[in-house]
Design a protein around this ligand. Structure first.
Ligand code: BG6
Length: 482
């Protein structure tokens, strides 16, 4: 009944990546180790012991990768900077070779009319800061982060307009401090909430710094958002879905966009003795920072029912959580506390199919997500990730027939277009990912790219780049829609 709005001519049709997942060259040209360089080498932590030492060798092959982006007609490319390439020990001398690498990459992108979108932090804090201060659990790291950000704003602020502060703070803190399936390998929920608060302060600090140094740019965090659904119309299930929304989404988004923590969660955490300490000065800082846009990474949402278990034990929680948790392949710790278990119970959604990794496929949820976030916070949205992880097969004659990825992307983009028609203000869409890359815990078995990389978990092979069927589809799609 309503004609779909056309995407604007300047819509940023893009694709995304992250430093640790693509660059390799983990100790070259002065780069220091990050916590991922260390963590991935702990036996049993990643699939087949894969790590980012070589990854897909983007550090040495970025020119070839940019060529392919240009061939595809990409309008934007989102990538992250490895902090420990810029400041190898986290807060000491600036490494000019690190500055040069990203400068060359940015210049190459701009020469091909591709808008760079830079993520400042995609999970790889320098190991030195972890050792020296305890990483994100220490306020000293905020100053170190300021120094690093200042260096890159000064170096690239005149040519790069779009910046992302933190990628999926909700995911990396849960995996790192609650489940010990990411670094720093901790299972302590109080520490998780404490680290989160410090990262929120760092986020606010860097937004303010950016507005001082790069007045014409735009900056915002990228959040891993999932809409919450009640399993039935029973008001108790609706309440459970609302609780989950507060714990899983609003706990972060309210701070980013309004500078305050949602009272429901804060009160609950206080009662459990795991709330972060928030000073009056902290409150002031959080309130002072206003993002220019919100980055949304969308993979799927979650379905909830009231929890009938009055005093759930950890085992029960483990079962509940791992049923629909995005990181099904990851080890869980039995010791993790679960303060919210009494408030919602995560269940399967009977209406949705799943990927090979058990992630729900929910394109309509994408429309719901965009509408909910936009209506609530009234900030333009950039979709900074969305994509399908699958086991692709390289066939003879260099063919990768990933029609399933084309279907997935097409359906999600259509729902995004519907959300735009509904009134959501959108800046762009970055599919995850441009080339295949190292899936943090799932190695190269789980692939996302438009471009196949000829390597697997145990053999680096020749790292050849091979455009998949989806590459040509996205090229034609962009061409038609811009
Ligand atoms: C997001 C991250 O959580 O999901 C990416 O920002 C990540 O870095 C992507 O690769 C997919 O996750 P996974 O575990 O399937 O690689």
């Amino acid at each position: 009944y309503q004609k779909l709005k056309k995407f604007p001519k300047n819509f940023l049709w893009g694709a995304a990546s992250a430093a640790y997942q693509i660059e390799g060259a983990w100790n070259e040209d002065g780069k220091g180790p990050s916590i991922w360089d260390t963590f991935s080498k702990i036996p049993g932590k990643t699939y087949h012991g894969t790590n980012g030492d070589v990854a897909v060798d983007h550090y040495h092959r970025y020119k070839e990768d940019v060529e392919l982006m240009a061939k595809m007609g990409l309008k934007a490319y989102r990538f992250s900077i490895a902090w420990s390439r810029i400041i190898p020990d986290g807060d000491g001398e600036i490494n000019q070779l690190g500055i040069k690498f990203y400068d060359d990459l940015i210049n190459d992108l701009l020469a091909h009319d591709i808008e760079p979108v830079i993520t400042l932090y995609h999970w790889d804090i320098p190991q030195a800061l972890q050792d020296k201060y305890g990483g994100w659990e220490s306020r000293s790291v905020i100053d170190a982060f300021r120094k690093y950000c200042q260096a890159v704003f000064n170096a690239y602020g005149s040519k790069v307009k779009y910046w992302v502060t933190f990628n999926e703070q909700n995911i990396f803190t849960a995996m790192g401090y609650r489940w010990a399936s990411h670094p720093p390998n901790v299972t302590d929920i109080k520490r998780m909430y404490a680290a989160n608060h410090i990262i929120n302060l760092a986020n606010a600090m860097v937004i303010n710094l950016f507005h001082e140094l790069v007045p014409n740019g735009m900056i915002g965090p990228s959040f891993g958002y999932g809409p919450t659904y009640p399993i039935t119309a029973n008001p108790n299930d609706v309440l459970a879905a609302d609780n989950a929304d507060d714990f899983n989404n609003n706990w972060w988004l309210d701070v980013y966009c309004r500078g305050t923590y949602p009272a429901l969660v804060m009160n609950h955490l206080k009662a459990l003795g795991v709330a972060p300490e928030v000073s009056a000065a902290d409150e002031k800082l959080l309130k002072s920072a206003k993002p220019d846009f919100l980055g949304i990474n969308y993979y799927h949402g979650g379905t909830f029912q009231q929890n009938q278990i009055e005093h759930p034990d950890t085992d029960q929680h483990e079962k509940n959580f791992s049923k629909t948790d995005p990181y099904l392949m990851q080890p869980r710790s039995a010791q993790a506390q679960a303060p919210e278990t009494t408030m919602f119970n995560n269940v399967q959604n009977p209406y949705l199919n799943k990927t090979q990794w058990g992630w729900e496929i929910d394109p309509v949820g994408f429309r719901i997500a965009l509408r909910r976030v936009y209506e609530k916070y009234q900030l333009p949205i950039m979709v900074t990730e969305n994509g399908l992880g699958a086991q692709d097969k390289l066939e003879s004659d260099n063919v990768v027939n990933d029609q399933y990825r084309i279907d997935y992307l097409q359906e999600h983009i259509t729902e995004m277009q519907r959300a735009m028609t509904d009134g959501v203000e959108l800046l762009g869409y970055c599919a995850w990912s441009f080339t295949d890359l190292l899936s943090w815990l799932n190695g190269y078995k789980k692939r996302y790219g438009f471009v196949y990389i000829n390597r697997d978990d145990d053999d680096q092979k020749d790292l050849r780049r091979i455009p998949k069927k989806s590459f040509y589809w996205y090229r034609d799609f962009i061409n038609k829609n811009s």
